[in-house]
Design a protein around this ligand. Structure first.
Ligand code: SAM
Length: 146
């Protein structure tokens, strides 16, 4: 499955840029993971861009009001999508005002990394680390400890 991560706004925080680069580099061993940045703006504009960019894909909307998952539950969700032949998964990170109800309603999964509101670049790093963790678990590699 091709994983596309779409984040609103230009990256600005050095420690997040470093974290993002680190996990994207690690993920190259495990498949196709692509990060795209889209223009920031109102939640309506950003959610519209997210909707357009994720057409025909499994839609995962990152939102603190969403479902909280254990890493094992995330492994199961991604593995189930792969098993049923889904070709693309798109993970969407919003702007300062979050996502519109329309985008949330269109999602296959509204996923909360935590009930805390995270700075959007920090949310991106946590998302990438979890995708890396999932990939290592799927391969039976010893990164993850329970
Ligand atoms: C600063 S937050 C937006 C907060 C906004 N006030 C709201 O109500 O959604 C920017 C983006 O970071 C992501 N984000 C922040 N905290 C998150 C969390 N705990 N779980 C998942 N995504 C989160 C979401 O994609 C969110 O749209």
């Amino acid at each position: 499955m091709h994983h596309t991560i779409i984040a609103a706004g230009k990256p600005a925080l050095k420690y997040c840029k470093d974290g993002t680069a680190e996990y994207l580099k690690r993920l190259t061993r495990y498949g196709k993971y692509e990060l795209k940045h889209i223009k920031d703006g109102s939640s309506e504009d950003v959610s519209k861009r997210h909707l357009e960019a994720s057409q025909g894909s499994i839609r995962i909307v990152l939102d603190e009001r969403g479902e909280q998952l254990t890493t094992e539950q995330l492994v199961k969700k991604i593995s189930d999508w792969e098993m049923r032949g889904e070709k693309r998964a798109t993970y969407m990170i919003g702007a300062s005002d979050g996502h519109t109800p329309e985008l949330r309603d269109s999602a296959d999964l509204v996923w909360a990394l935590s009930p805390l509101t995270l700075q959007h670049e920090l949310a991106l790093v946590v998302l990438l680390e979890q995708l890396y963790r999932v990939a290592t678990i799927q391969r039976g590699e010893p990164y993850h400890r329970v």
